[in-house]
Design a protein around this ligand. Structure first.
Ligand code: AHR
Length: 540
């Protein structure tokens, strides 16, 4: 990277975003992106691009687990095509077994010879008032996919396991034993011998342990104070077997600051040092849906309003971070967003049994990009995030039904954004005319462009969302502290905002990549409407 002197810096400052936009009438650009190479925020951990797999609908059975004797290509029962696609995006971490399912799950049911495992009623069996589906593994859990299978799935993809323990209906002792089953040395204990008998002699070395899930709701209906007491109890003196266990607390729903404040106050009432027992505080935020339709049936107003709702992630992160800082002034505890995504109405499932199996469109791709950019911008605060969920469910990356398999628009965003892995997040100033719209008779407004930038050695990566459904955005891109030698753009967009990939049209929405005319400390770029763009810039 070129180092620039004061004279050059000053002349660049004059062409920064404010100046560029002040001179708008004299230039073609109506927007500006200014990347500040001298202002690193933090390293973008690949853990920010983590995943979530729950025993719900068609996620585990059919989505991941097809069985060793299936005609569907598999690796020891695990869907081969899923593993191959996941390897492309190098997933760092996968959360399992829930979600709400976790607080009704006895991990012992998923161990031992598969033919002898018990069949149990799944948390999501529900009833006709909520949803109904044919009988099957989604209602009556066959426990064919348990701890060993999950650990192998992670190993096949090169990801670390993140296991959520049951706090609502099991004890601290059960957590201790689950850790022992996973991490005790080969042949050392009865449980590690059981693990070996199931085919895995070597320990799994599981570091990440969730202490319950949504403990304010399906995970026990606790008050934050009650939950803090359980957290202290569950995390006290758990044998580590040489593994640095990282416990994750069941954090707030969206903007519930009372849950965050109540937990931190109670946790530390005896001693502030209990903060060291919390690796991460897990926020959940689903931006929901808009309009009356399903995932693929929405109006232009629904498009803008949902993108705006996705953008609330920013204020949830900064709000909870500030609330945590009231007690944890040194910010020993980081945020973890272990469930996020859109949650649309039913109607696009690839099978009626696949609860929440919604079909992602271009709109969901923009939601993914908005959210991942938010995590990048807060790389100093967020230690991990897990999109909900991997396959056949909310905001998924893949859809599968027996032999059929397709990568969704969300997968393509994760693939594009992997270029940020382990790079330094850079402060980036973006100016663009906001987009105005009407939603349910009221005026709404959304920023004109948003994104994030990062730097690794001599490569800068800029990812940008243009939410405007029909207007491209002529943009001046300014690098403060470096100059560009060459660049490439990868763009995900479609002429129809409802565009999505299906089994019949798996390539309907795919990114396109090309060289761009980029050189020096500033250049012009035109961001197409309704798009996610990644600019990869090689620096001098
Ligand atoms: O992802 C679906 C469900 O949403 C999860 O089980 C739960 O944690 C959340 O409410």
């Amino acid at each position: 990277m070129q180092t620039i002197g004061r004279r050059t810096f000053m002349s660049q400052a004059l062409v920064g975003c404010a100046a560029a936009l002040a001179l708008r009438s004299a230039s073609a650009a109506d927007a500006c992106v200014e990347i500040l190479l001298g202002e690193p925020i933090g390293t973008i951990s690949p853990d920010l691009y983590g995943h979530f797999t729950e025993h719900i609908g068609g996620v585990i059975y059919d989505g991941i687990w097809v069985g060793e004797n299936s005609k569907i290509p598999n690796i020891g029962g695990i869907r081969k095509e899923l593993v191959e696609q996941m390897r492309k995006i190098k997933p760092a971490v996968v959360r399992w077994p829930g979600g709400c399912f976790a607080d009704s799950y006895n991990w012992r049911d998923g161990t031992g010879p598969r033919a002898e495992r018990p069949c149990r009623t799944n948390f999501w069996v529900a009833d006709k008032d909520l949803w109904d589906a044919p009988d099957g593994p989604q209602k009556y859990e066959p426990n064919q996919f348990g701890t060993n299978e999950f650990a192998r799935f992670c190993r096949l993809m090169g990801a670390e396991p993140y296991i959520a323990a049951n706090v609502r209906s099991l004890t601290a002792w059960d957590l201790d034993e689950w850790v022992e089953y996973c991490n005790a040395p080969a042949d050392a204990t009865t449980l590690s011998r059981q693990r070996a008998a199931a085919g895995d002699r070597e320990p799994f070395g599981v570091r990440y342990w969730g202490v319950g899930n949504e403990s304010w709701g399906c995970g026990g209906n606790f008050t934050p104070e009650e939950y803090a007491t359980h957290f202290r109890q569950f995390t006290a003196w758990v044998p580590g077997y040489g593994v640095d266990l990282k416990f994750i607390g069941s954090g707030p729903n969206s903007g519930d600051l009372q849950w965050t404040r109540g937990f931190f106050a109670k946790l530390t009432e005896r001693d502030k040092d209990f903060l060291r027992t919390v690796y991460g505080w897990a926020l959940h935020y689903y931006c929901g849906t808009t309009g009356k339709g399903s995932a693929i049936d929405f109006t232009l107003e629904d498009w803008y309003e949902l993108l705006k709702r996705a953008d609330r992630m920013e204020s949830f992160i900064t709000g909870h971070w500030a609330a945590m800082g009231e007690i944890d002034a040194e910010h020993r505890v980081k945020l973890i967003v272990d469930e996020w995504g859109a949650w649309h109405r039913q109607g696009t499932e690839v099978h009626p049994a696949y609860l929440f199996g919604q079909m992602p469109t271009l709109r969901d791709a923009l939601i993914s990009a908005i959210t991942l950019d938010t995590f990048n911008r807060h790389a100093d605060k967020v230690a991990m995030a897990n999109v909900a969920q991997l396959i056949n469910n909310l905001h998924c990356l893949f859809l599968a039904r027996e032999e059929k398999f397709v990568s969704t628009t969300n997968f393509h965003v994760f693939d594009m954004y992997a270029a940020h892995y382990n790079a330094k997040s850079l402060r980036t100033v973006i100016s663009a005319p906001p987009v105005g719209y009407q939603y349910e008779g009221k005026p709404g407004s959304l920023w004109g462009l948003a994104g994030s930038a990062s730097l690794r050695e001599k490569q800068a990566v800029l990812t940008i969302v243009n939410p405007h459904a029909s207007q491209a955005r002529d943009t001046e891109i300014v690098l403060r502290g470096a100059a560009v030698r060459s660049g490439r753009a990868k763009t995900l967009t479609a002429s129809d905002i409802h565009a999505h990939n299906t089994f019949d049209q798996p390539h309907a929405v795919e990114p396109k990549e090309a060289d761009i005319a980029a050189s020096g400390a500033k250049f012009a770029y035109n961001f197409p409407p309704a798009s996610v763009t990644r600019l990869t810039l090689q620096l001098l």
